[in-house]
Write a protein that binds this ligand. Structure first.
Ligand code: NOJ
Length: 549
């Protein structure tokens, strides 16, 4: 561990396993660079986030995931970590983290930080050492190989961002592996010293009071020991990976990711985090539900894993039903985290058609996600109904978008700054220019304006989040999918029915016998007291939550 001698505030450890406090929670992703800028340099920071915690408490979410704030050359905006136990001065200080944790807890919010264990930055002292000589003690912290027979890279693996997954080090005459940028060398998890380092890193942050970790690239820490070539992807496999870089889609990822041994790492980490009641939430990018379920089902691996298929799906009733049902069947025990947007994919509003149509569909889809077992996550700005911003080429910042063969996969459009209030800097920054342009936004897109408007998307999200919190059946009852032919995707959980009309036409769903009332409707007319008719009619792209009384 580096940066170790900084004092951490004392925190009482719990004995044994704590109840899963995250059950029933709603999560919120804070993309820190773009959330709120307190020091006026155009980049979001920890004090900026601190100043917005009251807003998040008002919104009603329980669990924040904050993207990386560690010292970093920022080649991948912080997912290239140069010191796991410190804070980049552009984002704040360790004292700012402590203050954030304390204030979040005072407001009843839990805080997950982003752990990046698959790779470091090439500026991390471990890699600097490793690169200096073949016999350096840190050499084996990373994955080095001699050139292939013809002198090229050791195998055919591709970087997720395009190009080969290997770079050549002239001085020592070997290649290093990087599933992402050359500046993000992969750690060698077969080396026990690496595992020991991370035990200490986990404890460092748990001792400071964080509530757990979002585990970056949780499916890739272990590689096949022989590093065999990946076979080319078949058509249907490439289709499943739609939206990922061309390089990634070109291969079947049989040997570079999703190796069974990776679960041993999480079993080990559970021994570290469980005494603190810490949560492990994996970014396991595994798009087949039964494969993903392996990371969470036995309750000795990750506590929760994100289900990413909704980020790759079309707005079509068959697809929506299939993608959500597959996950609830494979992992029925509340161990999935549900997302429809993130800093890595175009926003749901954009993917679902843009404009008012995309907004209506995204809210309908959020309604479906909000009723499922596990933890639904909202990505900052989703609650405002934001679409992606269009970013001109000269303003592009995402390495995934500017690398040669990854064309079209830029993540910049989903990463533009939050819109807090009308006026210059939109309440995000006092700098003349934010690090990434805001895009073409109006006052109606801001938190301040939407907060004052009872019919805004923001107020709909807030109501939906409160409904989830206040409805016990949405925390305990199993999911029963309702078979509907007419383009409505619906499920029941105990006395609750959630339904979304995924078509352009009016559609209907039959309510089971009993007295039902409307608890939520995306269009917002739920405050009618009268019971619902046995046939519940839904307008195009409308979603509702009904409750039997
Ligand atoms: C997933 C993160 O969400 C993404 O932003 C990053 O580029 C990769 N992991 C590599 O760390």
């Amino acid at each position: 561990m580096t940066g170790a001698d900084r004092a951490a505030p004392a925190r009482e450890q719990t004995t044994g396993r704590q109840a899963a406090w995250w059950r029933g929670s709603v999560g919120y992703e804070v993309y820190l660079r773009s959330f709120a800028d307190a020091d006026g340099d155009g980049v979001g920071d920890l004090w900026g986030l601190y100043g917005k915690l009251d807003y998040l408490a008002w919104l009603g979410v329980d669990l924040l995931w904050v993207t990386p704030f560690y010292p970093s050359p920022m080649l991948d905006h912080g997912y290239d970590v140069a010191d796991y136990c410190d804070v980049d001065p552009r984002y704040g200080t360790l004292a700012a983290v402590d203050a954030l944790v304390e204030r979040a807890h005072a407001l009843g919010l839990r805080l997950l930080i982003d752990l990046v264990p698959n790779h470091t930055s090439w500026e991390h002292p471990w890699f600097r050492q490793a690169r200096s000589a073949r016999d350096n003690p840190y050499r084996d912290y990373y994955i080095w190989r001699d050139p292939a027979a013809g002198g090229g890279p050791p195998n055919n693996w591709r970087s997720h961002f395009g190009g080969p997954a290997w770079s050549f080090d002239e001085r020592t005459g070997q290649w290093w592996l990087h599933l992402f940028l050359p500046g993000q060398p992969d750690l060698n998890w077969a080396n026990h010293a690496v595992a020991d380092e991370f035990d200490d890193i986990l404890r460092f942050w748990l001792d400071r009071g964080v509530d757990g970790f979002r585990v970056d690239v949780a499916h890739a820490l272990v590689k096949h020991p022989d590093l065999p070539d990946n076979p080319p992807a078949r058509h249907e496999q490439a289709a499943l990976m739609a939206g990922m870089s061309a390089a990634y889609r070109s291969q079947q990822h049989l040997y570079d990711v999703n190796q069974p041994g990776v679960l041993d790492i999480y079993r080990r980490w559970r021994k570290v985090v469980d005494p603190y009641g810490g949560l492990l939430l994996g970014e396991a990018y595994v798009l087949e539900a039964p494969d993903l379920a392996r990371y969470v089902v036995d309750q000795d691996g990750l506590h929760l894993a994100f289900w990413f298929r909704p980020l790759h799906m079309d707005w079509d009733p068959v697809a929506v039903r299939e993608v959500l049902e597959a996950a609830t069947v494979a992992a029925p025990d509340s161990s999935l985290a549900w997302v429809q947007s993130s800093h890595d994919r175009p926003r749901a509003v954009t993917r679902f058609g843009g404009g008012a149509l995309g907004r209506a569909r995204a809210l309908a889809h959020a309604t479906l996600l909000m009723g499922l077992p596990g933890v639904p996550f909202v990505y900052q700005g989703e609650e405002l109904g934001l679409a992606d911003a269009r970013i001109a080429r000269e303003d592009a910042r995402d390495p995934a978008g500017v690398r040669d063969d990854a064309g079209g996969s830029s993540r910049d459009g989903a990463r533009t700054p939050m819109l807090w209030s009308p006026g210059p800097g939109l309440g995000f920054t006092t700098a003349g220019r934010p690090w990434l342009p805001f895009g073409d936004r109006t006052d109606a897109d801001t938190v301040a304006v939407q907060r004052a408007d009872p019919s805004s998307t923001l107020r709909r999200y807030r109501r939906l989040i409160r409904l989830r919190r206040e409805t016990p059946d949405l925390h305990t009852e199993p999911v029963q999918w309702v078979d509907e032919a007419g383009g409505v995707v619906a499920y029941r959980r105990g006395r609750v029915l959630v339904a979304a009309n995924c078509t352009h036409d009016e559609a209907a769903v039959e309510l089971p016998t009993g007295r039902w009332r409307l608890a939520f409707a995306t269009a917002g007319q739920e405050d009618r007291p009268e019971p619902l008719a046995a046939t519940l009619r839904l307008r195009p792209q409308e979603a509702v939550v009904a409750q039997s009384t």
